[in-house]
Design a protein around this ligand. Structure first.
Ligand code: 2HA
Ligand code: ZN
Length: 269
């Protein structure tokens, strides 16, 4: 079957990175049923011929006007689609959309008219915010990492930066590869405007934001990098839990060891 990705190797590579990541999310047990979402800004890979293509859907409202998304194109997981299916058949379980001129709607320009994720308004609001703040981040990821979600069932870890300090201290790489730590937003209804607003606010200080008792929202340059940040944080949570399962509270790296790491890797204090 002919695909919009044919003859567009750069665009295809970016979309296959999303598919590869979706496979990891499933393998890790972070993506039950249709859990999680991925949205990537693919504008830089869109050529003139693609821009001239007719849409395969009518214009659909985003539910918000997002002025910084003028001229932008995105690839998004489809609503009710599964990560494990996206991994093998990205263009049947996700679609390419282009934002309309007035920045309040979108049209599908893809192989099949797969409707984008129900979380599209929050993902696109985040991308609008990233562009407005001059960020070069192109990917947003929402997933349900088991051990990180488990931590949020304890009030202690909901206090500002308590979880971050514990996670960084489990293994030196965590701070090196997730230098801004883990932001926390209090429990909010999934898909709500309130949750989107709280996420955007937290993203000014963190690349990975934990939605209490639900999952994480991560942003980075590309989808692999966003996944890696969540992966290193969850690895630390697993080490913490392994130690607790052996019957002790882990010591964690000392303040001196953390300071030495921060200096050696030129990380933010
Ligand atoms: O889209 O995980 O929180 C599925 C979700 C929403
Ligand atoms: Zn979710």
């Amino acid at each position: 079957m002919k695909s919009i990705l044919d003859g567009r190797p750069e665009l295809a590579a970016e979309i296959w990175k999303v598919a590869e990541t979706a496979g990891y999310l499933w393998q890790k047990g972070w993506a039950e049923r249709n859990g999680g979402n991925i949205t990537i800004n693919i504008t830089e890979f869109v050529d003139g011929e693609m821009r001239a293509m007719a849409p395969i859907s009518e214009v659909k409202p985003i539910g918000a006007t997002l002025p910084h998304l003028k001229g932008c194109w995105f690839f998004c997981k489809g609503t009710n689609k599964r990560m494990r299916d996206l991994a093998r058949r990205p263009m049947e379980n996700g679609s390419i959309i282009r934002i309309t001129e007035d920045c309040s709607g979108y049209e599908i320009i893809a192989d099949q008219p797969v409707l984008p994720t129900s979380e599209l308004p929050s993902h696109l609001s985040v991308h609008d915010h990233l562009i407005a703040s001059g960020s070069d981040y192109k990917a947003s990821l929402h997933t349900h990492p088991i051990e990180l979600v488990a931590l949020t069932h304890n009030k202690k870890f909901l206090e500002k930066d308590v979880a971050t300090r514990m996670l960084w201290s489990m293994i030196p790489e965590t701070k090196a590869f997730c230098p801004r730590g883990l932001g926390i937003t209090p429990y909010t209804l999934p898909g709500s405007v309130k949750l989107a607003e709280a996420t955007i606010e937290a993203l000014s200080d963190y690349d990975v934001v934990m939605w209490e008792k639900h999952g994480v929202f991560a942003v980075d340059r590309d989808i692999m990098a966003a996944f890696d940040q969540v992966d290193v944080l969850n690895k630390s949570a697993q080490i913490y839990i392994a130690a607790r399962n052996m019957g002790f509270e882990p010591d964690g790296m000392s303040d001196e060891q953390m300071a030495e790491m921060t200096e050696a890797f030129h990380l933010p204090k």
